[in-house]
Design a binder for this molecule. Structure first.
Ligand SMILES: [Zn+2]
Length: 148
């Protein structure tokens, strides 16, 4: 039986292949961009507007920082407590147009030894976790080969 593909978090990303993007929100007054999306009020302390619209974020950014996770991450990451924890690589990516830093896991197989601050990465669909009925989807960052 085919398993359903379900986003691990609803509304944070959309699309497939080259159309895959993260979804943030942008304040119509001050143009601040939020990811994770902020839908209730602008978090800019100097702005009292409440009009936030969904926008796709830039698909490419630059490595701002990175590390590897040797502990089991907290929610919303879904892990199977029955399985041993597999280390993963976590990248903080600076999106220049939005002026924000977005965290995410690197695609499988990329380790901290493969990364340098300033390298270009792009967002791609990824699988966070699978069980008998569901493939839990997420986003991953993949190096483009353009280095700092
Ligand atoms: Zn604002």
């Amino acid at each position: 039986m085919p398993r359903t593909r379900t986003p691990v978090v609803t509304g944070w990303f959309a699309g497939e292949g080259d159309d895959f993007t993260l979804l943030g929100t942008r304040c119509s007054a001050c143009a601040s961009v939020f990811f994770p999306r902020e839908d209730s009020h602008c978090r800019n302390p100097g702005c009292d507007c409440g009009d936030l619209a969904e926008i796709p974020l830039s698909r490419r950014g630059r490595v701002w920082s990175y590390t590897d996770g040797r502990y089991r991450p907290p929610s919303p990451y879904v892990t199977d407590p029955e399985l041993p924890w597999e280390p993963y690589t976590l990248i903080a990516v600076e999106l220049a147009a939005e002026r924000i830093v977005v965290l995410g896991q690197a695609v499988p197989g990329v380790t901290v030894a493969d990364l340098a601050v300033g390298d270009e990465v792009e967002v791609v669909p990824g699988v966070l976790h699978e069980d008998g009925e569901t493939v839990w989807t997420t986003w991953h960052w993949r190096p483009t080969g353009v280095t700092a």
